[in-house]
Design a protein around this ligand. Structure first.
Ligand SMILES: [Zn+2]
Length: 170
Protein backbone atom coordinates (compact mmCIF):
# COMPACT_ATOMS: atom_id res chain seq x y z
CA UNK A 1 0.00 0.00 0.00
CA UNK A 2 2.97 2.28 0.44
CA UNK A 3 3.65 1.68 -3.19
CA UNK A 4 0.12 2.62 -4.02
CA UNK A 5 0.35 5.77 -2.00
CA UNK A 6 3.55 6.90 -3.65
CA UNK A 7 2.10 6.16 -7.05
CA UNK A 8 -0.83 8.25 -6.10
CA UNK A 9 1.33 11.09 -4.88
CA UNK A 10 3.27 11.02 -8.10
CA UNK A 11 0.09 11.16 -10.05
CA UNK A 12 -1.12 14.06 -8.00
CA UNK A 13 2.10 16.01 -8.28
CA UNK A 14 2.30 15.45 -12.01
CA UNK A 15 -1.05 17.06 -12.34
CA UNK A 16 -0.03 20.25 -10.58
CA UNK A 17 3.66 20.51 -11.44
CA UNK A 18 3.05 20.94 -15.16
CA UNK A 19 4.39 24.44 -15.36
CA UNK A 20 1.96 25.91 -12.93
CA UNK A 21 1.47 29.57 -13.58
CA UNK A 22 2.42 31.54 -10.48
CA UNK A 23 -1.07 32.79 -9.81
CA UNK A 24 -2.61 29.33 -10.04
CA UNK A 25 -3.13 27.74 -6.66
CA UNK A 26 -1.31 24.49 -6.08
CA UNK A 27 -3.54 21.93 -4.46
CA UNK A 28 -2.28 19.70 -1.67
CA UNK A 29 -2.00 15.98 -2.47
CA UNK A 30 -5.35 14.16 -2.52
CA UNK A 31 -7.22 17.39 -3.17
CA UNK A 32 -8.87 17.87 -6.53
CA UNK A 33 -10.67 21.06 -5.62
CA UNK A 34 -9.98 23.91 -3.26
CA UNK A 35 -11.74 23.24 0.04
CA UNK A 36 -11.86 24.90 3.44
CA UNK A 37 -12.55 23.54 6.89
CA UNK A 38 -14.69 25.80 9.05
CA UNK A 39 -17.61 25.79 11.40
CA UNK A 40 -20.78 24.38 9.83
CA UNK A 41 -24.17 23.15 10.96
CA UNK A 42 -22.77 20.23 12.91
CA UNK A 43 -19.38 21.33 14.20
CA UNK A 44 -16.55 21.71 11.75
CA UNK A 45 -17.46 21.15 8.15
CA UNK A 46 -15.89 21.01 4.72
CA UNK A 47 -16.65 23.91 2.40
CA UNK A 48 -16.06 24.49 -1.29
CA UNK A 49 -13.29 27.01 -1.92
CA UNK A 50 -14.28 27.28 -5.57
CA UNK A 51 -17.22 26.36 -7.78
CA UNK A 52 -17.43 22.62 -8.37
CA UNK A 53 -19.29 20.98 -11.23
CA UNK A 54 -21.57 18.00 -10.86
CA UNK A 55 -19.59 14.79 -11.24
CA UNK A 56 -16.21 16.28 -10.36
CA UNK A 57 -13.97 14.72 -7.74
CA UNK A 58 -13.43 16.98 -4.75
CA UNK A 59 -11.05 15.20 -2.43
CA UNK A 60 -9.83 11.72 -1.59
CA UNK A 61 -10.71 10.18 1.77
CA UNK A 62 -7.36 8.99 3.04
CA UNK A 63 -6.06 7.41 6.21
CA UNK A 64 -4.17 4.54 7.70
CA UNK A 65 -4.87 1.25 5.98
CA UNK A 66 -6.10 -1.52 8.25
CA UNK A 67 -6.70 -5.16 7.51
CA UNK A 68 -9.80 -6.95 8.75
CA UNK A 69 -8.27 -7.90 12.08
CA UNK A 70 -6.94 -4.41 12.80
CA UNK A 71 -10.24 -2.82 11.81
CA UNK A 72 -12.18 -5.06 14.18
CA UNK A 73 -10.10 -3.77 17.07
CA UNK A 74 -10.99 -0.19 16.25
CA UNK A 75 -14.74 -0.38 16.43
CA UNK A 76 -14.97 2.83 18.41
CA UNK A 77 -13.70 4.98 15.57
CA UNK A 78 -16.28 6.87 13.58
CA UNK A 79 -13.95 7.32 10.65
CA UNK A 80 -13.49 3.76 9.47
CA UNK A 81 -14.28 3.28 5.83
CA UNK A 82 -14.45 -0.33 4.74
CA UNK A 83 -13.50 -0.50 1.10
CA UNK A 84 -13.19 -4.25 0.75
CA UNK A 85 -13.29 -7.35 2.90
CA UNK A 86 -9.73 -6.98 4.04
CA UNK A 87 -9.08 -3.28 3.64
CA UNK A 88 -10.42 -0.51 5.82
CA UNK A 89 -9.32 3.09 5.69
CA UNK A 90 -9.04 4.62 9.13
CA UNK A 91 -9.66 8.27 8.34
CA UNK A 92 -9.23 9.50 11.91
CA UNK A 93 -6.01 11.52 11.35
CA UNK A 94 -6.53 15.22 10.93
CA UNK A 95 -4.58 15.18 7.70
CA UNK A 96 -7.57 13.40 6.24
CA UNK A 97 -9.33 16.65 5.39
CA UNK A 98 -12.20 14.73 3.78
CA UNK A 99 -13.31 13.59 7.24
CA UNK A 100 -14.67 17.09 7.86
CA UNK A 101 -17.44 16.58 5.30
CA UNK A 102 -20.59 16.15 7.39
CA UNK A 103 -23.57 13.91 6.85
CA UNK A 104 -26.64 15.23 5.10
CA UNK A 105 -29.87 13.51 4.18
CA UNK A 106 -29.85 15.60 1.01
CA UNK A 107 -26.17 15.80 0.13
CA UNK A 108 -24.45 17.57 -2.73
CA UNK A 109 -21.72 14.93 -2.83
CA UNK A 110 -21.26 11.20 -2.44
CA UNK A 111 -18.49 8.87 -1.40
CA UNK A 112 -17.30 6.87 -4.35
CA UNK A 113 -15.26 3.72 -3.78
CA UNK A 114 -12.94 2.92 -6.67
CA UNK A 115 -10.28 0.21 -6.59
CA UNK A 116 -9.95 0.34 -2.84
CA UNK A 117 -9.84 4.11 -2.65
CA UNK A 118 -12.55 6.51 -1.58
CA UNK A 119 -13.30 9.76 -3.33
CA UNK A 120 -15.75 12.47 -2.40
CA UNK A 121 -17.49 13.40 -5.62
CA UNK A 122 -19.99 16.16 -6.39
CA UNK A 123 -23.46 14.92 -7.34
CA UNK A 124 -24.76 18.45 -7.77
CA UNK A 125 -23.14 21.71 -8.79
CA UNK A 126 -21.59 23.19 -5.66
CA UNK A 127 -20.96 26.90 -5.37
CA UNK A 128 -17.93 28.40 -3.70
CA UNK A 129 -18.66 28.75 0.02
CA UNK A 130 -21.26 25.98 0.15
CA UNK A 131 -20.80 23.19 2.64
CA UNK A 132 -19.87 19.82 1.12
CA UNK A 133 -22.03 17.08 2.61
CA UNK A 134 -22.97 13.54 1.75
CA UNK A 135 -25.11 10.69 2.96
CA UNK A 136 -23.02 8.58 5.32
CA UNK A 137 -25.25 5.56 4.80
CA UNK A 138 -27.78 3.82 6.97
CA UNK A 139 -25.40 1.81 9.09
CA UNK A 140 -23.37 4.82 10.22
CA UNK A 141 -26.41 7.02 10.65
CA UNK A 142 -28.24 4.55 12.89
CA UNK A 143 -25.23 4.11 15.11
CA UNK A 144 -23.83 7.62 15.41
CA UNK A 145 -26.41 10.16 14.29
CA UNK A 146 -29.78 8.73 15.29
CA UNK A 147 -29.04 8.90 19.05
CA UNK A 148 -28.67 12.69 19.06
CA UNK A 149 -30.61 13.64 15.93
CA UNK A 150 -29.64 14.98 12.53
CA UNK A 151 -28.49 18.58 12.10
CA UNK A 152 -28.67 18.62 8.33
CA UNK A 153 -30.73 21.14 6.39
CA UNK A 154 -32.74 18.63 4.36
CA UNK A 155 -36.50 19.09 4.39
CA UNK A 156 -36.95 15.42 5.05
CA UNK A 157 -34.39 13.30 6.87
CA UNK A 158 -33.45 9.83 5.72
CA UNK A 159 -33.62 6.59 7.72
CA UNK A 160 -36.29 7.99 10.04
CA UNK A 161 -33.88 10.52 11.56
CA UNK A 162 -35.24 13.38 13.62
CA UNK A 163 -33.93 16.90 14.03
CA UNK A 164 -32.41 17.33 17.51
CA UNK A 165 -34.99 19.92 18.57
CA UNK A 166 -37.97 17.68 17.89
CA UNK A 167 -36.26 14.68 19.42
CA UNK A 168 -35.68 15.85 22.95
CA UNK A 169 -36.26 19.07 24.83
CA UNK A 170 -33.89 19.37 27.72
ZN1 LIG B 1 -30.77 14.82 8.08
Amino acid sequence: MLKKQSALLKKGSKKVSKKVSPNKKQLPAHHFKVVKVKRGLAGLGLFAGEDIKKGELIIEYIGNILNKEEAEKKTSSQYLFEVSRNKTIDGTPRWNIARYANHSCDGNAESDVKKGRVFVKAIKAIKEGEEIVYDYGEEFVKEYIAPHGCNCSAKKHLYGLQTPSSQSKE
